[in-house]
Each structure stands twice: as structure tokens, then as C-alpha cells.
Design a protein around this ligand. Sequence first.
Ligand code: PLP
Length: 464
Amino acid sequence: MRYISTRGEAAPRDFEAVLLAGLAEDGGLFVPAAWPEFSAAEWRGLRGLPYAELAARIIHPFIGDSLSFETLRTMTQRAYAGFGHPAVAPLVQTDTNTFALELFHGPTLAFKDMAMQLLGLLFDHVLEKRRERVTIVGATSGDTGSAAIEACRDRTAIDIVILHPEGRTSDVQRRQMTTVPAENVRNIAVQGSFDDCQDLVKAMFADVPFRAEMRLSAVNSINWARVAAQIPYYAYAALALGAPDREVAFSVPTGNFGNVLAAWAARRMGLPIPRLIVGANRNDILARFLASNDMTAREVEPSLSPSMDIQVSSNFERLLFELLGRDARATAETMRRFRAEGRMPVPDAAWQQATALFQGFALDDQGTLAEIGRLHRQSGYLADPHTAIGSAAAKALAPAGLPVVVAATAHPAKFPDAVERATGIRPPLPPRLADLYEREERFTVLPNDLGSIEAAVRAHARRN
Ligand SMILES: *Cc1c(COP(=O)(O)O)cnc(C)c1O
């Protein structure tokens, strides 16, 4: 399988190169040169498989010759073995035609584990084969850092350093990062904001000699392998509800557009998905775009669903490329103007094509709490704020008579304050995390200063 850049100026690559590179060197995102498709008979043949087996069957066409099917299947089995539910991503009915697809049974209780657990193994495998190592650096305001640490802990070819803003993450989020007793993990609490942390990471990547010396790498949400590893759970839910012989809609609480792009990819591979509902909080750029072709970036505002507090959805570029008929020149020009002018000029025909499939929905914090309460009263289901937005969006926009699946992206215990306010119930952490508050924390507090941070990364990285 070969990959091309959405901006057309980067040489085509294979899966391994795309996995290690993340972003293409022309600033674009890698996409498959041709989408794999399964026939209806092939989809029927995948019904009823265990999650790890299904995941390997769906992901393998994206990898091609880089990895044998058996090796990949060993990895998917390892990646999902530690999940807290034997179905890995169980489907729970919450209303006549509404289901929650629980993507939060991984080590950090949020959906990013679904892809990151596999990504850590893929990175390690490819690096060991090449006799290379990398130092992964990243900045986090909470969820992504812990998912990356859990994915990279104890891997032989990877060291990982995560920066978080001192005192500005929730206790659960910080403890999930700082209580991991692995030699290759280092946490730095920066005396500054999340933006400062992000700027420090960017500055380290821009410091070319340092970047080369440390072999810096990232596992951010534009990495193609993360999108690929999110496709199987859409297939898992659709097949369980009767696809390919019955249509299924999905409602996805959305930030960087990575999760819902994977749903789009499942449709592109041949599943009958006539509607994708995109949920947003008050940071509603995607809902505004779908309502009126207005993609204008505004200031990010904090909400009860912090993982969706995003204004520029980086994975949207992959959909844009498809909407523009895979015209890389037009995609590059559209992104250039978005960057320069703050407003994305999407041609009307492309926008209409998008709205034929996608519908947007935005909900403020008060509406989010009301939906957590409603769900709990009516079905006994406890949803976290992100999932609640997906649920409200499904209720408002689901096509009549079709099953609609809400992507349940975080465990309610990850956001106990909001859930307690809405329902009076403080959801407990699952047993495997029950002692989180007793575990020993390890992190270093450092000033917002590039020299100090680089010295700490250098001291941690086990280079060749
Ligand atoms: C990251 C995240 C999202 C947003 O997912 P995207 O792929 O960025 O759209 C939604 N909910 C939770 C809980 C998350 O952690």
C-alpha cells in the first residue's frame, strides 16, 4: 500500500515510512493512494469475529507488504488484551434505536487507547527491525499524554517525555501520567500554560541539531496509523447491527476530526453508513461549517468536554482532499488561505457533498449536563460529557428508523465532577485503577525555558 500527501509535493511512501514520519514534508497529511474496499460477502464473512481478529483483518490492507497478517494479528491481540472488557469495544443499547459504542475500556479510560495501544507496538516493531530508536516528545493538557505514555511504556526502542502545564490538569489526568513506573517514561511539569508546553515541543522540533541528535518523533493525531486503527470499531458496531445488509448511522463527539474520519473511512471501505453526525461543544467550527459553509477559526473556549476544545480540526484536511476530488493543488491552496485568512474557502459543490453525509450539532455546557441527566434518568446509563454531546446530537439528528451508534469516547469516571453535578452520582474508577490515588507520582517541575527542557530530554534519552 502506498501513501500520498494531501498537498501533492511529497514523494509517495509505504506504511512504515508514513508511521514514522507523521506529517508529510510538504505540510500535508498522508492518505492511501487507493482505498481498500470489501464486498458485501466479505463484510458478512467478518461478522462475529473477536475484536482483535477483526481489527487485524481490516487494518492489514492498509499495511500491505510491510507486515505479515500473522504478525499484525499478534500485535492486535497484545494491544487489546489488557482492556477492561472482553468485547474490547462493547455496544450498549440506550434507547429503541440508539446504542453507545464504548471505546473507553483501555488503560487510560478514553478512546485514544483504541489506536495508541496498537501504535506503540507498531512503532517498536518497525524501529527494532530497522535497529533505530526514537525519543517521543509531546505536550498535553490531559488525555493525549496519558494515552501516549501507556502506549510507549516499557517499549525497547522508544523513550518518551511528556510536558504538562504544572497544576493545570485534573488530578486523574496527571496521576495517569505520573504514576507509570517505567524506565523509559519521563514527565515534566512546566511552570506555564498548555500553550507554553506546545511551544516548547515545537521549538525542540525546530532545533534541527537537537532533533537529529535525539531522533525526536511524535505520535500526534494526524498520524495516519491512528486513523487506520480507529476504523475497526465502526465495522464492529455496524456488523453487529446487521451491516452490510442494514444501514447504520454514527454520531461522534469531535475535536481534531480523527475519530469521525475513521467512520468516513469505514464507509469508504464499503459499509452502508448513510449519515455521520458530528458533535461539538461551544467550540463549534465544524457545526458552523456544516450548517452554512462557514469554516472560520475563533478563540478556543474552555468547556466541560476539554478534549473537544479545539478550533482547527487538523484531520479535516483528509476529508477536504476527498471532497475536492483528490486535487492536491486545490487542497494545498485552500489550506494556505485558511492559514492566512482564518476562513476556509470550500467550493459550494464540495460543501454540498459534505452535507449530504455529515450533519453538525453543537451543545453548550448546560445542555451537556442536561443530557447526562436525561440519559441517566431514562436508561440508567452514565455518560461522560463528551459522550453526552454525541448522544444529544444523535437524538436531534438521527434518521428515523435507522440504528444510530454514539461513539462513547471517555469513561464517566474520567470526568466525575460533571457527572456528579448532572446525576448526583460520583462514578467510581474501574477496579484496575481504583488505587490510582495511592500510587507514587514521578515528575520533574521545570521552568518554561527551552534550555532546561532540552537538557532534561537529553538526560533521559537512551540514544544508540
Ligand atoms: C480526543 C477526544 C475526542 C475528540 O476526538 P477527535 O479524534 O480529536 O475528533 C473526543 N472525546 C474524547 C474523550 C477524547 O479524548
